[in-house]
Ligand binder design. Structure first.
Ligand code: SAM
Length: 214
């Protein structure tokens, strides 16, 4: 018994803090729980994990329900040259918060204790899922250009089960106006397939929009 407590204590002391995340994934976790999305049949998918601080929150929830979390990111901070309205490039921001560390190393370190994460280290525009793949929840926070957001929608939406939800970070956020343009366009185009729409205010008062598939 004493040996067990000692082992647990040593494990807790060894455990590093999770890296930061910039969305407020706890709001997404609450939403998934409140909407009972894990009563549906399918996995979760995240585009844009960065250091993995939000990934671990989604993976923990998925693991408790025996689900996988698919994660798509290039893990290359220099790859995303999109420039925000305030004239800062995404890559400059990613590199600044990394403070010289490798994004891939930080992510791997944060997520290594999970055996339910499937990491796809690729540009999301080049990813293809098997036709039979089904998701109950997807979250997009990758590249913020209109073509990326539309492409990320078209990757996940056809694989969402009925009642499943697809979310986009940075909705109505002035720095990345193309996200809102793309989502508004998709909402009009796909209105017949979209049920409830929720907007959640997360960290730094930046919203995510969540679209339920009918
Ligand atoms: C804003 S960060 C994600 C932040 C993360 N959601 C969080 O809150 O910690 C965007 C991420 O998307 C990735 N990314 C950008 N363009 C991408 C693309 N075309 N394909 C895949 N990942 C991309 C970047 O490498 C970066 O890690």
């Amino acid at each position: 018994m004493t040996g067990n407590i000692g082992r647990i204590r040593r494990r807790i002391l060894r455990r590093k803090a999770d890296p930061p995340e910039f969305v407020g994934y706890e709001h997404l976790v609450s939403f998934i729980r409140d909407q009972r999305l894990l009563d549906l049949d399918g996995d979760l998918v995240e585009i844009g994990a960065y250091m993995g601080g939000g990934t671990v929150k989604l993976a923990r929830l998925a693991s408790r329900h025996g689900r996988k979390l698919y994660v798509i990111d290039t893990f290359d901070p220099a790859h995303d040259r999109t420039v925000s309205r305030s004239s800062v490039s995404a890559s400059e921001v990613y590199e600044a918060f990394l403070e010289g560390r490798s994004m891939w190393d930080v992510y791997r370190d944060a997520t290594r204790r999970f055996d339910n994460i499937v990491t796809i280290r690729q540009d999301s525009r080049e990813v293809e899922f098997d036709e039979r793949k089904r998701f109950v929840f997807g979250f997009v926070d990758g590249c913020h250009s209109r073509d990326c957001v539309e492409s990320d929608f078209r990757l996940i939406w056809p694989r969402l089960v009925s009642g499943g939800v697809l979310g986009f970070h940075d909705y109505h956020y002035d720095d990345w106006p193309e996200v809102t343009e793309a989502v508004d366009h998709l909402m009009a185009e796909q209105s017949a397939e979209i049920g409830e729409v929720h907007e959640i205010v997360g960290s730094y008062r930046i919203s995510s929009i969540l679209l339920t598939r009918k």
